[in-house]
Ligand binder design. Structure first.
Ligand code: MBD
Ligand code: FE
Length: 281
């Protein structure tokens, strides 16, 4: 069958547009929605999308919303990653070369983590099992000068791959902390080496990934925000070296320079690296 003629597609779009009252509503929203409809109608014509497929889409979108999985779908379809690539492009055009790459925030951040100066223990309750993890870093400006008083927010999942707040079995803000950098711009924290995350099995994102011949899992990773007065915010993560999915992340968050070396320390030497005895266990 021949493709529906373009004039008819354009006539429908013009009809929809003609309903808008000029100067009423929001111009940006009008621009975006009309453009998306234009691309969608053309795709519906190109791909011969049927009424059954349209209703399936309608049901799917509703289900994804009811289950709160839109953030996961944005991650898995690369929409969130695309924003990063777009911002990288903008930086490049502006001649900005950030040292630490940005990467996606993901849908599991929670505001208001407990704050401490220079050092934090991320576990509200000790996580049984797993390897101790100790990490430190510096917040530096473009010239490499320390930024004192920067806020480094850190969050990651437990050994079941679940995040506090979204998992009612964990205490509030477990594995979520805000660390204020010291005079050297330094922050340090203690936690455990996390594991990967998988989308809820059988849920809308998982089902979509399977239909696309993909998986819905992430390698072990830790999320960061770095903010400081007078500076723009950095949203980033580290992905853990050696995880089978480090370079096969369903959310496209792994980027060059975001896979730091994990140094393994014998347990009897560990105390030297930590702030307290618990670290040595
Ligand atoms: C995560 O933990 C995550 O970081 C992202 C981006 C998507 C799903 C789960
Ligand atoms: Fe995550």
């Amino acid at each position: 069958m021949e493709r529906m003629d373009q004039a008819r597609i354009d006539a429908v779009l013009a009809d929809i547009k003609s309903k808008e009252k000029p100067g009423v509503g929001n111009e940006r929203i009008k621009e975006i929605v009309n453009r998306l409809l234009k691309d969608l109608f053309n795709a519906m014509a190109d791909l011969d999308i049927t009424s059954e497929e349209m209703w399936k889409a309608c049901d799917y979108l509703g289900e994804a919303g009811r289950k709160g999985e839109w953030g996961l779908i944005f991650a898995g379809t690369g929409i969130e990653h695309f924003i990063d690539v777009k911002m990288d492009w903008e930086d490049e055009q502006a001649g900005i070369h950030a040292k630490t790459p940005r990467t996606i925030e993901g849908p599991l951040y929670v505001e208001g983590s407990p704050e401490s100066k220079s050092y934090a223990e991320l576990e509200t309750v000790p996580e049984p099992g797993g390897e101790r993890l100790y990490m430190s870093g510096y917040v530096l400006d473009e010239q490499g000068n320390p930024v004192e008083g920067a806020k480094v927010e850190v969050w990651h999942c437990n050994l079941k791959g679940l995040y506090s707040h979204f998992d009612s079995t964990q205490p509030e803000f477990n594995l979520r902390r805000a660390i204020i950098t010291d005079k050297d711009g330094k922050y340090e924290f203690k936690s455990f080496l996390s594991v990967g995350y998988s989308c809820p099995p059988g849920g809308p994102t998982d089902v979509l990934m399977a239909l696309l011949g993909r998986h819905g899992s992430r390698p072990a990773h830790i999320h960061f925000f770095a903010t400081a007065p007078g500076f723009r915010k950095l949203t980033t993560q580290i992905n853990i070296e050696g995880d089978p999915l480090t370079y096969d992340d369903f959310a496209f968050a792994t980027r060059e320079d975001l896979v730091p070396h994990v140094q393994r320390i014998p347990a009897d030497k560990a105390a030297e690296y930590g702030k307290d005895e618990a670290f040595a266990k």
